[in-house]
Design a protein around this ligand. Structure first.
Ligand SMILES: NC(=O)c1ccc[n+]([C@@H]2O[C@H](COP(=O)([O-])OP(=O)(O)OC[C@H]3O[C@@H](n4cnc5c(N)ncnc54)[C@H](OP(=O)(O)O)[C@@H]3O)[C@@H](O)[C@H]2O)c1
Length: 346
């Protein structure tokens, strides 16, 4: 898909760490970008999301909204469920109705962390925290909304020859259901969707992108906090027995764009290449920033947190690299650019 002059609507685009970066990036590529926050649309109402997307028709809708406070989520399960599951599902349903292509971001925390090697898209996801569990459920809702659409596409290709006014009636029925905040069950959804999908406009798909250990210039994040602490203290103690793959928001934006250009759909893992631990990650950034602070490696048990973290959630990006026919730069190069830009920005 060529994104030039395409309309892209980004939930989380006004205040999110990734969302804000996507806004700037896609604007530079010539897309018409609309950044959205919870002040523009009431996420609590499915009908508001559906109505907002109906009024702001877009070729591509990005869901970069999530309840991302991993530890707080253990206490605020309902809030996490709401943003990570309910809102994700309602955005996906509204995309089907409007015929928008959906880009939904998820996380490495959907994995339990028991595997020694890199996690692939085929590996079973089994989260160990409320944040991870709700993000996984959100993924499943998105997949089920789009798989219902595929089923109905197949069914209709074989059997359905629906009259135009029937289609309009069905579309009106589904939109009305969404607008009045009715939570449709799968069986309720499949019938109107079968008719809605018969219309030419609903031929779009989705990208479900699992990203991990995100850092970027548009909002405070682990690296920024660590560097601020390092400036104030002589010594920092950082956990060295949890492993993952850092992802620079600028690279996530670029890679998402390339996947769109390649007409990719479905699930992809996306991060910078290489695997590290929090200690190495922090130490590298502190050194690159020229901050003098001793960084000491500690074990997870020495820094207990309310939420359990996966021991290893490093992602395999083989599928992504194969699709884009190029390799993704290592996390160290991405941190070099991040630190440089952080130090030189006004
Ligand atoms: N940050 C990471 O390290 C990381 C790692 C792996 C995956 N991810 C995934 O990447 C995507 C983008 O993450 P991000 O770090 O860019 O997100 P973020 O900046 O933490 O949040 C994005 C938006 O979600 C809403 N939001 C977040 N926390 C909220 C809360 N506690 N209550 C109410 N609203 C809240 C806000 O939307 P409004 O501004 O509209 O109110 C916020 O601007 C998400 O799907 C996330 O799961 C992130």
């Amino acid at each position: 898909m060529d994104i030039k002059e395409k309309k892209i609507l980004i939930f989380g685009g006004k205040n999110g760490l990734l969302g804000q970066c996507l806004v700037v990036y896609f604007q530079k590529q010539g897309a018409s970008v609309q950044a959205v926050s919870s002040l523009d649309v009431n996420y609590a109402e499915a009908s508001d999301i559906a109505k907002y997307l109906a009024e702001n028709k877009s070729d591509i809708v990005v869901n970069a909204v999530a309840y991302t406070a991993v530890d707080l989520a253990e206490k605020e399960e309902e809030k996490a469920y709401f943003l990570n599951v309910t809102v994700a599902e309602n955005i996906a349903k509204a995309c089907i109705v409007q015929g928008s292509f959906l880009i939904h971001y998820s996380t490495d925390f959907v994995f339990s962390g028991e595997k020694d090697t890199l996690y692939t898209e085929e590996d079973e996801a089994k989260a160990c925290s409320v944040y991870g569990k709700t993000k996984l459920l959100g993924e499943q809702k998105v997949l089920s909304v789009f798989s219902l659409k595929e089923q109905t596409d197949t069914k209709q290709a074989a059997h359905l020859k629906t009259r135009a006014d029937d289609e309009m009636q069905a579309e009106a029925k589904l939109t009305a259901a969404l607008l009045t905040d009715v939570q449709l069950t799968d069986s309720q959804l499949i019938e109107p969707l079968s008719l809605v999908c018969n219309g030419a406009k609903n031929q779009k798909g989705y990208l479900l992108l699992r990203i991990s250990w995100v850092f970027g210039l548009h909002k405070s994040n682990f690296l920024e906090k660590i560097m601020a602490f390092a400036k104030e203290r002589d010594e920092l103690k950082i956990v060295a027995d949890q492993f993952g793959s850092p992802s620079f928001t600028e690279d996530i934006a670029k890679l998402t764009h390339i996947l769109l250009e390649k007409d990719a759909t479905g699930l992809y893992h996306m991060s910078n290449s290489g695997k590290t631990n929090w200690y190495e990650f922090a130490k590298y950034a502190i050194e690159r920033a020229g901050i003098s602070c001793s960084v000491k490696a500690i074990k997870t048990e020495e820094y207990p947190t309310p939420a359990k973290r996966p021991v290893n959630s490093a992602l395999s990006i083989n599928k992504l690299e194969k699709k884009i026919a190029s390799s993704v730069r290592p996390w160290q190069e991405a941190v070099d650019e991040y630190v440089q830009r952080l130090l030189t920005r006004k």
